[in-house]
Design a protein around this ligand. Sequence first.
Ligand code: FE
Ligand code: FE
Ligand code: ZN
Length: 273
Amino acid sequence: MKYIGCHLSASAGTLAMVRTAEKIGANTFAFFTRNPRGSRAKKEDPADAAAAMAALGEKGFGKLVAHGAYTMNLCTGDESARDFACGVLCDDLRRMAALPGQYYNFHPGSHVGQGVDAGIDHIARALKKALEPDYPVTVLLETMAGKGSEIGGKFEELKAIIDAVGSNHVGVCLDTCHVYDGGYDIVQNLDGVLEEFDRVIGLDRLKALHLNDSKNPFASRKDRHECIGRGSLGLETFRAIVNHPALAGKPMILETPNELPGYQGEIALLRCL
Ligand code: FE
Ligand code: FE
Ligand code: ZN
């Protein structure tokens, strides 16, 4: 089964997103748990969450991949900012418990000069604390392009976080634009990159993908998403990805520069590759 979807607006609630997803041919989706560039969260609505869970089951959707705010930097050098980010993470996971079994993906963060090891240490501490109540949610660390002082541009960094947390509620979301920009050549050697992922992290930890083409060339460390087939990855790369046996059954989320009609077209395109 191919589970393909895109980012949807959460403003009308979770059940409304299930309905929208269905209309555009999606059978999974992503949404921001709060304002992506701020920290405000929506009012909780348990009845909406319960109705959405029932609809997801009825319609045979794959797992949802919620996305944490971009502003949540768990490894900033400033202690009070770090505590704030950790509080946001704890609150997000508590909220995700209303959608049991779904995924919560986030950007590991930027260490802004403290060094990779200190950054990894901060992220692991925050995750340990946030996972302590044992909510029914798996957090996914997103593979990053490695721009600036971003953590997560190398599989080894994600593995170090996973080991330091020591929980099986931690997985990885592979972003195709980010890994290619970060120097993993999924265009020429998808199998080799997946083998490397398996060797370093373990494919059992790979839970979801973000499908994005890239505006920039290989290893540019830039992170600018492009529509499917129009960037440096190209359509054949996506054909290989959506049909790869090691990736079968995993939710694949578009984060391409599109509105709903554009997403609908890309979902249809990916389904017939
Ligand atoms: Fe992301
Ligand atoms: Fe992404
Ligand atoms: Zn990106």
